[in-house]
Ligand binder design. Structure first.
Ligand code: TYM
Length: 506
């Protein structure tokens, strides 16, 4: 083993004239956890991939939001053999544990630096240890021995994850908190949904009103929130000719299936669920947690499994719920024979977990750290103006940090005037623009981005009869599918027999 500790490695980088700084963090094995902890997104991270080629091993450094085009790499590396090193090969070559790869690996014949790395001033990557990472100045990476710049990376997009040529999708949103849709919902769930709906064979979208009962127990609030969400999602361009759009409470089969799934779900699985664990961590007495919250993941599994979707477009915060759905569906299939399709999560890495305006936690309705899409202009302005920026920047003339700064994260994702974003970033880094100008421009960019949707929202609000018809027709179609599935479930679990006369209402 050739283990160099982080200090020695850092000294080596200095010798090679690679400017860098070490960032310490808790023990993390996953890149995603490190980046989340450091409030960075995938585009700010980089990883080293080791490949076996005709003449030994090579390293490829690519940004974490990119994939490598293997054909292009083969050409650039002038090799016919190109296989990824196994964990064992990696460790015996580098002396490091798999997953802790450094950017400088002296044992490789050549290091290929993907071009996209240089779009960032710094990228964060491995240090050889799971408790620290290193921020490398990208323009210095070319000082690494035997390194060369290549154009082999491409940004992973939504369509890369689609494996099936025919697929169905389903997703939902809970009318909790203020019942408003925020830019986190838009980027994390609406954009992937709109992307998927174009090609999908079947599409289900519902308002999870029964889920909201865990926190909303006032009739007026529930009614207001549901209306808000229905109007918001229609205004986003849900294609109601294609999408089955409905309210969860209009389909009693969701709760019926939940009660059946309760019986095959181990308690230990639900005890690990984030929503429940978060409450415990915040000091809530387990005796005071309502059963709705506790069994939330089982209702969610029922919501999904009834419709056999292939993909569920949701943000990262719902990832665990989709895993639980797969587990619960799998237990049922194992016990009673194949009944449910086990779906995959679908999202776009760069916006799957949007940071909130407090700069600390994910954007969320209940944390009040959000920017609403359909609120009055003065409210949106206030939300934008209250956004956390670079805390080390006291005056407008101080150079500021753009990466990991929420206001710039939002600019990059929502401001369609890319030239303006670049200009603001440059001026911010030099200290020639005030925070207030950056925020004002973001506010204007949000209004421009959602102009059409905001107008449509107001129009729809004046036509409740039309909305009612859309939801009625959605519920009728959803009930048809849900009834079909539930008849199959009833049959499998042995509830139906020669004496049964039950059938679902059409
Ligand atoms: P909800 O209402 O909290 O959020 C709706 C959608 O928005 C995504 N989202 C985010 N994405 C990126 N960054 C953020 N900061 C952010 N905040 C929210 C969520 O991941 C979600 O996709 N339990 C679900 C609703 C639900 C559901 C389902 C979804 C009930 N049953 C079945 C899919 C399938 C929820 O409360 O989402």
């Amino acid at each position: 083993m050739i283990e160099l500790n982080v200090k020695e490695y850092s000294n080596k980088l200095k010798e090679l004239n690679v400017d860098h700084y070490v960032v310490e963090h808790p023990y993390f094995k996953e890149v995603e956890d490190v980046l989340n902890y450091c409030k960075l997104t995938f585009e700010n991270g980089a990883s080293t991939l080791i490949f076996k080629v005709d003449y030994g091993y090579i390293a490829v450094i690519r940004r974490d939001d990119c994939k490598v085009n293997l054909e292009k790499l083969k050409k650039a590396a002038k090799t016919t053999l190109l296989t990824m090193a196994t964990n064992k090969e990696f460790s015996s070559l580098t002396g490091l544990e798999p997953g802790s790869a450094r950017i400088y690996i002296p044992q490789v014949v050549k290091t290929f630096l993907d071009k996209k790395i240089f779009e960032k001033k710094y990228v964060q990557a491995g240090s050889g240890s799971f408790t620290s990472s290193i921020n490398y100045k990208t323009s210095d990476l070319i000082n690494l021995p035997n390194s060369t710049i290549v154009d082999v990376g491409f940004i992973k997009s939504a369509s890369d994850s689609i494996l099936k040529s025919h697929y169905s999708i389903l997703t939902g949103i809970t009318p909790s908190g203020s019942g408003e849709v925020h830019i986190g919902n838009y980027l994390g769930a609406v954009v992937p949904f709109l992307e998927l709906q174009k090609q999908a064979d079947k599409v289900y979208f519902f308002i999870a009103d029964l889920h909201a009962l865990t926190t909303i127990q006032k009739r007026d609030e529930m009614q207001r929130n549901v209306e808000n969400l229905v109007l918001s999602y229609l205004a986003f361009g849900i294609d109601t000719n294609k999408v089955v759009f409905y309210r969860q409470s209009d389909i009693p089969q969701h709760t019926e299936l939940q009660s059946i799934l309760n019986n095959i779900t181990p308690l230990s699985l639900i005890k690990r669920a984030h929503a429940y664990k978060d409450k415990l961590q915040k000091g809530t007495n387990p005796e005071d947690i309502n059963m709705g919250l506790f069994s939330y993941p089982i209702l969610m599994a029922a919501d999904i499994l009834l419709y056999d979707p292939d993909y569920v477009p949701v943000g990262d915060d719902q990832k665990q719920h989709i895993e639980i759905t797969r587990d619960v569906g799998g237990f049922f299939n194992k016990t009673y024979g194949k009944t449910f399709n086990l779906p995959d999560i679908f999202n776009m890495k760069e916006s799957a977990r949007l940071i909130g305006t407090d700069g600390k936690r994910k954007m969320s309705k209940s944390l009040n750290n959000y920017i609403a899409v359909f609120a009055e202009e003065k409210i949106i302005r206030k939300q934008v103006m209250s956004c956390f920026t670079d805390p080390n920047r006291i005056k407008a003339t101080d150079p500021g940090r753009v990466d990991g700064n929420p206001i710039f994260t939002y600019h990059r994702l929502l401001n369609d005037d890319k030239k303006e974003v670049k200009d603001l970033e440059n001026r911010y880094e030099k200290g020639t623009v005030a925070d207030v100008e950056v925020k004002e421009k973001l506010f204007q960019a949000i209004l421009t981005k959602f102009k059409k949707e905001r107008e449509l929202y107001s129009q729809l609000k004046t036509n409740p009869e039309r909305i009612k018809m859309i939801l009625q027709s959605g519920a009728a179609k959803a009930r048809l599918q849900a009834s079909k599935k539930m008849m199959e479930v009833r049959e499998k679990i042995g509830i139906t027999n020669k004496y049964s006369s039950f059938s679902y209402e059409k």
